[in-house]
Design a protein. Sequence first.
Length: 430
Amino acid sequence: MKNKINVAIIGLGQIGNFLYNEISLKKKDIELKTGKIIDIIAVSAKNKNKKRKYKIDKKIFYSNPLKIIKEKKIDILFEVIGQSDGISKKIVEQSLKNKIHVITPNKALISKHGDYLSNLAEKNKVNLEFEAAVAGGIPIIRTIKEGLATNKISKVYGILNGTCNYILTQMEKTKDSFSNVLKEAQRLGYAEPINPKLDLNGYDALAKVKILSALAFNRKISKFNTLMEGIEKIEAKDFEIVDKLKLRIKLLGITEIINNQLFERVHPCLVDKNSYIGNVNDVMNAVILDGYPVGESILQGEGAGPGPTSSALMSDLLSILRGNIKYPFGIPFKNRRKIINYNKDFYENSLYLRLEVKDKPGVLSSITKILAKNKISVRRLIQIPDNKKKTASIVIITHKCKELNSRRCIKLFKSNKNINKEPVLIRLFN
């Protein structure tokens, strides 16, 4: 690689603008560590005149990012737009075809089109780097690809969404409602101000799980319809109840191999208060890997925001500048096989069920009959009456039961006229 490297940044939102400033400030440091001189020769975004935290050189601004590839000699391109398709996919695709290295934090793009784009990168002998796509500043992707390259990984799990972790932590601390804590998270910039749905419903975490699966198990990215649940249904009273059980609620992303089949999932879990994962709070992320011969490895750090994300983007930049041409997913595309999907219906788990019911004779009996009919046995039962409203909260902790049976129960509970609202179901982590 030549000594003078031309860089383009596409997308100048919070992360892209922060990255622009970081590269501008750290040119000497980059040269010291790699022997390469970096020059940002083109940038692109929707609005040239938008007020940004860090000033950009408007002389190098392009309204159409595809023009940059045609008109400029670019060596490395940062895609920081964040779409799963559209201009994000087009600019990455065109860059790779033109033998330009690409660095992106775009998990939506990589989880959807990562196989196609990685094959394109390999054919053109350039890098497609996406360390920042999973867990922000935590170097989890490089750890799997390089640090643990010869280990056989059987399971990866963790807290992969800082927004959800912040909301759950604050709901537990303040005993405030989901909607109030979400508003505070939006005010602080931890949640999207207009539409935070993709964080809250588990989609964001699942995109990261799919990337981790492909890396950890040397497989193609799965397209399976898997278990995905968010945190929107959890209420303040759930925290009060699980606190007495010495448990804590966390949204976990989990991927593992069961009987040579892939099982990916994202859902709220009840974890032990004294466990490591139970004490990762606020916007922090943590990833735990089970591998052989290494055993259990834990990585923790801030999972979002301009600082941690730019740190990961800069790490990818220095890797390329040092001449490391790597397979995007650790092994050649042709050696990455498809994998059979584990049938989630057979997944067994203990459950926390909270039902809001009319407080009258026969209600509890009808609930336990439904459970028994679906082969779900009760391990613990708590009743919390509200005499004024003539209602009660019934909390049931079950023994392990199949996912299919629990879904059938929930369906029956929803149609039961004595149950006032949709039941809350949280799985115990195992």
